[in-house]
Design a protein around this ligand. Structure first.
Ligand SMILES: [Zn+2]
Length: 232
């Protein structure tokens, strides 16, 4: 699955995700209907009984070469995964379509959730890691556009009484985490995705973090905690 040419830069990926989002009928909703968006772009979206380590996958068969797919565009997701992850998976696959279509010999892509030996092998493939990083960036921008995200985060922090720095770091952390959870409900993503979005460098997010000096640190700590929980 070699890339036939170099792919987009992060700035272009952001611009592309914003453009795709703008094409959605409900683009102003924080809870974007990603399934409807995929359908608008010619995909059929199916829940599948699939191996537990597969979260979602995409098959694009424009040349009608795969009998079971018959020239169609498919996105599948594991029926056992919770809604937030399903949405993330669909957004990630839409990202592969817009970023990597025509750039790979084979667009078929599976996103794995749990570490199996095959998965570890894939993770050690720097090219696979890079295209998945790009699709993840696309998914974050698609599901949490910078302007809407920064506005909602400002309101959330204000609601939690965090207009200025809180001196007790433990209280600060727990208030931030409460806001990550609230925003997760709002955008229908996991709180970890909210925290990861704070690390991105979109102009609106940079401004938000400049106004709330503690935010990136709190987000990084939360992501670390979640990663540890997943490992254990
Ligand atoms: Zn992927």
């Amino acid at each position: 699955m070699a890339l036939t040419q170099s792919t987009m830069k992060d700035e272009q990926i952001r611009a592309c995700a914003n453009e795709v989002r703008a094409s959605a009928f409900d683009f102003t909703n924080n809870n974007l209907d990603v399934t409807a968006l995929a359908i608008e772009h010619g995909f059929s979206v199916h829940s599948c009984q699939t191996k537990s380590f597969i979260q979602s996958f995409i098959i694009v068969d424009e040349k009608n070469e795969i009998e079971e797919v018959g020239g169609h565009r498919l996105i599948g997701y594991n029926e056992d995964i919770p809604l937030e992850r399903r949405r993330r998976g669909i957004a990630h696959e839409i990202g592969h379509f817009f970023i990597h279509k025509g750039k790979r010999n084979d667009l078929t892509d599976a996103c794995f959730e749990h570490a199996t030996p095959e998965y570890i092998e894939l993770q050690n493939d720097p090219e696979k890691r890079e295209i998945d990083r790009q699709a993840d960036l696309f998914a974050r921008v698609l599901l949490m556009p910078a302007y809407q995200f920064a506005e909602s985060m400002r309101k959330g922090l204000e609601g939690a009484g965090m207009n200025r720095d809180v001196s007790d770091p433990k209280i600060m952390q727990s208030k931030c985490e409460r806001v990550f959870k609230l925003l997760g409900e709002d955008f229908v993503v996991t709180p970890k995705k909210i925290a990861q979005r704070i690390a991105d460098t979109d102009a609106e997010i940079e401004r938000l973090c400049a106004d709330h000096g503690y935010l990136r640190e709190a987000a990084a700590r939360y992501v670390q905690q979640q990663d540890k929980l997943q490992e254990s």
